[in-house]
Design a protein around this ligand. Structure first.
Ligand SMILES: Cc1cc2nc3c(=O)[nH]c(=O)nc-3n(C[C@H](O)[C@H](O)[C@H](O)COP(=O)(O)OP(=O)(O)OC[C@H]3O[C@@H](n4cnc5c(N)ncnc54)[C@H](O)[C@@H]3O)c2cc1C
Ligand code: SF4
Length: 506
């Protein structure tokens, strides 16, 4: 799609400087970084462009994710999951990079420090148009530059809730959000954002913020509705050499010295597994049995703070969070987690028929909040393979008592502020999964090195949720973007060094 039209597999060049597989946060941002470094990139995406007409007058601005999902095409679109994300774009806290003791075990140390990633966080915030402020957030890490944009304004009714929480002694902070808001900008702070795709192109998802600017460089071909079937290596298995692609009934090999697997956590793992060859019989990057392992995430649930006897009305609610328990509490030595105002999501559509009406009545009168804490990886958490498929999964370790404490503290905050919290408890789920192709300094316990390059296979990179060694307790999207920028800088730097050496020799 270099010039704008749909690209067919037959029209794709036979070789590129790099092939990027998957166009979500990891792949989209990496593509932009490589294109801006002057590399010729093929971006391959299994899904198509989510071509949304602008809303008709009175229609919601967002298109609801669940209404668009089918079994065959679960969130496979250019932009990946970010087309529907809440754009809550947090830096991990400094402690997330260190080994931290939790109730259920130790969250392992990262192979890089917060300081190593800080410049890329700043670059990612600029790229994704992040609005935020460190005020009211004791867990906020140090930064080399202020947030690129001021925090989003609260809706008046949300501002009143924040004022009452603060009057009751709570520290309340703005949620850093990646949306294109401000004078002359397209975002209108509508109620249908989180779990919806924006029809005004105002959400800074991977397509809007990274892929469109990447295409504008003229260095990128975007191949949609095309699946990467396998990553190819040289005969010795020491270098990536290209990919095998399929579009419709057609298959084609495309050569490239750099291949980046950015297909989302599970699909990246499966792609590396099914690319196995004689030199890597258990899968690319799986020399130590770590492919599919080290899976972590967030234990998450939903809380309804009853804020109004009548319906609360359609509002943009996702603007504040309570992060004061990130590192623990005076009477609890372990990290506890975070509370975040959620968007206005029709949660009742996802419950049993019997509960649907009462949940709808409650949700429409409540501020829906998420509360989440870290679920820990170990060397065993993650997937077990049978052939090319996943045969079983060991979930990350849940910090169950810390999670119960988080709920109690969050509920007490709202109650103190005069908003009863309804006893309805939804079963906790695992969100924002990370790992499966974890980066690390030690090849015996990781799949890639600290730049995202597979140990033992030059030119094979992984970007996206799969490389994160832990999930912290804040949303992972900005960290995925920052790591992808760092990986892109490493790829471009290595290429420049080779070119310089060649010119010296000549
Ligand atoms: C409703 C929702 C709300 C969220 N809200 C937030 C939030 O507020 N903040 C936050 O930080 N995170 C949020 N997230 C999570 C965030 O969107 C993901 O963590 C992030 O998008 C993961 O990026 P990724 O690049 O690893 O993968 P993905 O975004 O999943 O992208 C992977 C892409 O690869 C493609 N693909 C897969 N296999 C192949 C193949 N073989 N060939 C070609 N293409 C392939 C897929 O179609 C997909 O487009 C949310 C997620 C959802 C679903
Ligand atoms: S809040 Fe802004 S970015 Fe989000 S869907 Fe509405 S208009 Fe789009």
């Amino acid at each position: 799609m270099r010039g704008g039209g749909e690209l067919r597999l037959a029209d794709v060049e036979s070789s590129y400087d790099a092939v990027v597989v998957g166009s979500g946060m990891g792949g989209g941002v990496l593509t932009l970084k490589l294109a801006r470094a002057g590399m010729n990139v093929l971006l391959v995406e299994k899904g198509g462009l989510l071509d949304l007409a602008p809303p008709a007058p009175g229609e919601p601005i967002g298109r609801y994710m669940y209404g668009m999902m089918t079994d065959e095409a679960r969130l496979s679109f250019v932009g990946g999951e970010t087309k529907f994300y809440g754009a809550a774009l947090y830096r991990f806290r400094e402690s997330d990079f260190a080994a931290v003791e939790h109730e259920a075990g130790v969250s392992p140390q990262w192979p890089i420090s917060y300081a190593d990633l800080e410049p890329y966080y700043a670059e990612a915030e600029e790229l994704l148009c992040v609005h935020g402020s460190p005020a009211g957030d004791p867990s906020e890490p140090s930064r080399s530059a202020p947030y690129p944009h001021p925090p989003l304004p609260h809706d008046p009714k949300v501002a009143a809730i924040v004022a009452r929480l603060e009057a009751a002694g709570m520290q309340v902070a703005a949620i850093p959000r990646g949306i294109d808001y401000g004078p002359g900008r397209p975002c209108v702070l509508c109620p249908t954002c989180d779990v919806y795709a924006c029809r005004l192109g105002a959400k800074m998802d991977a397509e809007t913020a990274a892929i469109r600017p990447a295409l504008a460089t003229g260095n990128v071909d975007l191949l949609t509705q095309a699946e990467c079937l396998g990553v190819l290596t040289d005969a010795a298995g020491t270098r990536a050499s290209g990919v095998l692609l399929r579009q419709g009934g057609e298959e084609k090999r495309v050569l490239a010295p750099v291949v980046a697997v950015c297909a989302g956590l599970e699909q990246s793992v499966l792609l590396l597994r099914r690319s196995r060859n004689a030199a890597h019989p258990e899968g690319l990057g799986n020399h130590a049995g770590m492919l599919g392992r080290g899976v972590a995430g967030h234990t998450t649930s939903v809380m309804f703070a009853l804020v109004s006897a009548s319906e609360f009305g359609a509002r943009h609610t996702k603007t504040f969070a309570i992060n004061s328990y990130y590192e623990g509490a005076p009477d609890w030595p372990y990290p506890i987690g975070v509370v975040q105002a959620g968007g206005q999501i029709p949660i009742w559509e996802g419950v049993s028929r019997l509960k649907r009406v009462p949940v709808e009545i409650v949700a429409k009168r409540s501020l829906v909040c998420f509360y989440m804490n870290e679920a820990l990886p170990t060397l065993r958490t993650g997937y077990v393979f049978e052939g090319d498929a996943i045969a079983g999964e060991t979930p990350p370790l849940q910090n169950v008592r810390s999670f119960a404490r988080l709920r109690k503290l969050a509920a007490a905050s709202f109650t103190r502020a005069g908003y009863p919290v309804l006893p309805a408890r939804l079963k906790p789920s695992l969100w924002h999964k990370t790992g499966g192709a974890v980066m690390g300094a030690d090849p015996a316990s990781s799949v890639t090195d600290t730049t995202g390059q597979a140990h033992e296979i030059a030119g094979l990179y992984v970007a996206g949720a799969a490389v994160l060694p832990t999930a912290g307790a804040v949303n992972t999207g900005l960290t995925i973007a920052a790591l992808a920028l760092r990986t892109g800088a490493a790829i471009a730097g290595a290429r420049a060094s080779v070119a310089e050496a060649a010119s010296v020799q000549a």
